[in-house]
Design a protein around this ligand. Structure first.
Ligand SMILES: *Cc1c(COP(=O)(O)O)cnc(C)c1O
Length: 347
């Protein structure tokens, strides 16, 4: 049997509720990059739309279009912030996708595309608040905002948002970033534009730093129940998925289970505890398509071994595993390959 990532739609909905209760009155933008953090886009959009989520963050345009398709007739704003090609920009504008714009060059491309096809492009201008990962530098901001406003007056784009991304390395740095952000919003308003979507924070800052939240909060990890590496547990939030593989061989002191590096399991995870019918056991080694796990009394072929999940069988969460190898929980789940079957249950 192929390894399975068991995904709970109910837990996802519970997490969405918990996140929204926590950040209110800031609205949730559900971030769905990397195929909804490895869980699959289509069911997740459907669940979120059922829960009346109004904003979806896609990263790239292609994912944005998939979200739009999954939404179908249902209302929802989709935000794609990856700087994209002219073909993608055209497709995005036609699919009613809001675009994040972090350079003047890209702004000009978006304006020209909107003018050429005669469809309104909704733009969120990105200020570089210190992360230097893209974003318009503060010294160039006023000129870029003026350029956007001049184009807005011709009806091609609408400046509907201002956004940035925080380093989340220290509170002081994030506070400084917020000061730059607030100034940038004021500068855009001074041109006459009326951006309503103001968004600066992702999961951790949205949860722990209420004073930094804008009218929108872009949240991925916590909605999928992935807490921050080296961060505390989150009240009301649990992982939405659990990864199982089945026992293929039983030996005196170990069993062989059908999951390995080709499934996306990092071989550096050897030594961690996984869940078995008898509770926690050691994952001894990871080969290409199999792994060895310490045995237990009565182990038999076909038994499920739980590599990660909420902990019901003695397994650890993705983030706890990630902490063993100095990465983040998101990486453990998004690395799982297409060999791992995704199974969504309502419960
Ligand atoms: C990934 C991402 C987010 C969501 O981050 P989480 O920590 O998963 O909530 C928000 N904004 C941007 C720009 C991102 O790239």
């Amino acid at each position: 049997m192929q390894p399975i990532l068991h995904i709970s739609r109910a837990q996802f909905l519970t997490n969405l509720d918990a996140v929204r209760a926590r950040i209110s009155p800031s609205a949730l933008m559900l971030v769905m990059k990397d195929d909804a953090y490895g869980h699959g886009i289509d069911w997740a959009v459907d669940a979120a739309a059922t829960a009346d989520v109004q904003w979806y963050g896609s990263y790239d345009v292609r994912t944005g279009i998939r979200i739009r398709e999954a939404l179908g007739d249902r209302a929802g704003r989709v935000f794609a912030w990856a700087t994209s090609t002219v073909e993608e920009v055209e497709a995005a504008v036609r699919a009613d996708i809001d675009l994040g714009v972090g350079t003047e060059e890209y702004l000009r491309l978006v304006i020209a595309t909107a003018e050429r096809i005669g469809v309104l492009a909704r733009v969120h201008l990105k200020i570089d608040t210190g992360l230097h990962r893209s974003g318009i530098r503060p010294e160039a901001w006023a000129a870029t905002a003026a350029l956007a406003r001049a184009a807005e007056l011709t009806g091609a784009p609408a400046v509907v948002g201002v956004w940035s991304h925080l380093a989340e390395a220290s509170d002081d740095e994030d506070d400084e970033a917020q000061t730059i952000f607030v100034d940038a919003v004021a500068a855009v308003r001074a041109t006459g534009s009326t951006p309503e979507a103001l968004h600066l924070t992702a999961s951790a800052a949205s949860w722990w730093r209420p004073e930094l939240r804008g009218s929108l909060s872009r949240i991925g990890a916590f909605c999928y129940g992935i807490r921050s590496a080296d961060g505390p547990e989150l009240e009301g939030i649990r992982p939405i998925s659990a990864l199982s593989a089945s026992v293929q061989e039983v030996h005196d002191d170990h069993v062989v289970v059908g999951i390995g590096a080709f499934d996306g399991l990092p071989s550096t995870l050897s030594g961690i505890q996984v869940g078995t019918p008898a509770g926690s056991r050691e994952l001894r080694s990871v080969a290409q398509t199999t792994s060895e796990v310490s045995t237990w009394p009565g182990a038999s072929i076909g038994d499920a071994v739980w590599i990660l999940g909420p902990g019901e069988h003695g397994e650890q969460t993705a983030t706890t595993l990630a902490e063993h190898i100095d990465t983040v929980g998101e990486e453990i789940i998004t690395r799982l390959t297409s060999r791992v079957r995704r199974v969504i249950s309502d419960g």
